[in-house]
Write a protein that binds this ligand. Sequence first.
Ligand code: NAI
Length: 347
Amino acid sequence: MTSPAPVRIPATLIPGDGIGPEIVDATLAILEALEAPFDWETHVAGLAGVTQHGDPLPAATLASIRKTRLALKGPLETPSGGGYRSSNVRLREEFQLYANLRPVRTLVPGGRYEGVDLVVVRENVEGLYMGYEHFIQIGDDPHAVAIATGVNTRNGSNRLLEFAFEHAIATGRKKVTIVHKANIMKALTGIFLEAAQQLYEKKYKDKIAMDTVIIDACCMKLVLDPSKFDVLVTTNLFGDILSDLVAGLVGGLGMAPGANIGTDAAIFEAVHGSAPDIAGKGIANPTALLLAAALMLDHVKLGDKATRLRAAIDAVLNIDKVRTGDLGGKNNTKEYTQALVARIRNA
Ligand code: NAI
């Protein structure tokens, strides 16, 4: 008797800008070796969206994600200062992807720290990222004054905090640390701290430990001894900065995946950007996007394939010792990809 054909899963694929297409190609080859049952709809955004359709977030891309509710995304370029608003931020707003889950783990021993295993859970749609900002002209200086308004709500804080506590408990974590700056931004980040303390008292105090720390002290403590932390939960801008910091604890941005999870959709990506300095050279490390693909496999309940993918990465980095330059290795993206495909096929 033949076994039934596996259920196919429609998903949107955004190759992205800079190194995006290179690491997405590597990821697709490895997902194919894993026989991951995704049916990809490929669409553009970011700079590729502007170049091809005159729009950093074309309607067809949005329509595809609205339909599939699932996307794997390469990094998207955003101009600094002027220019178009970030397509990443717009995607998170459009699909209310309110929880940004960014796990980091030591994959290559022998770095500055051993055994790092942290998760940053970042509020993803509120705070200072809302882009409520403007300049005020004084005399002939149009940029004499800059003003930004952040918005955090009790509802927005609560839904993110609830997600973070539930995720921490479900994954066997021991402690949740609330990261804030409520000593200075008493309203903007005070509301997040207050919501955390109230929710913890009401629902989670018998299930997991919680402590609180101010963002600046948190950065210092993380660099001194990351083992003091487990799950870090924070507001949008602090979460963005902290996730790059913790990526640095495990070998850099090439190792840090991210999941943007909401009520309407989930989008998986690397924490890093389009790395224009190495784009087109074939040397980018695709591990961050591969680990994002593993989070995506977990999300669609294909945890066995996610486990195989993580095991292959571990074996290629530590047994085969095939590593890209950012990890001190001599291999390029293609050689690393081939080693992973071989590991998966021969497992
Ligand atoms: P970046 O993350 O692209 O690069 C920072 C440094 O890390 C560079 O030296 C780069 O070569 C290196 N790097 C990053 N990923 C790597 C990888 N996979 N393998 C090896 N080395 C890697 O940050 P940058 O240069 O500040 O930003 C470039 C562009 O990316 C900007 O337009 C920014 O807005 C955008 N960006 C997009 C994000 C997204 O789509 N989620 C996230 C962060 C930035």
